[in-house]
Design a protein around this ligand. Structure first.
Ligand SMILES: [Zn+2]
Length: 211
């Protein structure tokens, strides 16, 4: 590579990771630097493959960045169903964008259709797509609710996420076992107190939550 070339000019060895393009060699170089920076010897036997392993792991954890998760909401069924659709306990794994440490938990996603319905697995894929990137839990929650509102034009949409952040539990404040809960309520679930109360209790939350 010419000396003056921008760092990202040569992408020829970028590796196709599932359907996302992640420049694994570039991550490998950075991980080697981290190992040197903390006083490790990246050339000792146990660490030889570590940069590559970390690169692949990061590639997988951030593959959603190249994805447009809303694509999962494009295949809709026309259905005269005017009751709540709720998928509870969608497990997800994400990376906190402040520390690049994992936060993991469960999302509960619901909407009240106005004619447009999607397959339940699509709701799980929507969560997965937005989770697999550098994230903050608040944004993850609103992105999911907003995608539902804008793609399905439902009467209401709701997303509640509870997660444990390793940047809290293994470092810093070391609050073991603490869980962060965020919610995004849209449409009727935001405006109508009884609808809001109903959806939160279906999600097994009380009505004491702030929207
Ligand atoms: Zn963090």
């Amino acid at each position: 590579m010419p000396v003056n070339a921008p760092d990202d000019a040569d992408r020829s060895d970028a590796v196709e990771l599932k359907d996302a393009k992640v420049d694994l060699p570039r991550i490998e170089k950075a991980v080697r630097e981290i190992l040197l920076a903390v006083g490790e010897n990246p050339d000792r036997e146990g660490l030889l493959k570590t940069p590559n392993r970390v690169a692949r792991a990061y590639g997988e954890l951030m593959a959603g960045l190249q994805d447009e998760p809303r694509r999962h909401l494009k295949t809709v069924f026309r259905e005269r169903y005017d009751e709540v659709v709720l998928l509870r306990d969608i497990e997800f794994h994400s990376l906190c964008e402040h520390h690049l440490l994992p936060f993991t938990g469960r999302a509960h996603v619901a909407y009240l259709p106005d004619g447009k319905v999607v397959g339940l697995s699509k709701l799980a894929r929507l969560v997965e797509g937005y989770a697999r990137r550098p994230q903050v839990q608040e944004r993850l929650t609103t992105q999911i609710a907003d995608a539902l509102m804008e793609e399905l034009n439902p009467i209401g949409a709701a997303c509640v996420i509870e997660a444990t952040h390793t940047c809290m539990t293994i470092r810093g404040a070391k609050k073991h076992g603490s869980t962060m809960v965020t919610s995004a309520l849209r449409g009727i679930f935001k405006e109508n107190p009884s609808s809001r109360s109903e959806i939160l209790s279906l999600m097994h939350y009380g009505d004491g939550m702030k929207a």
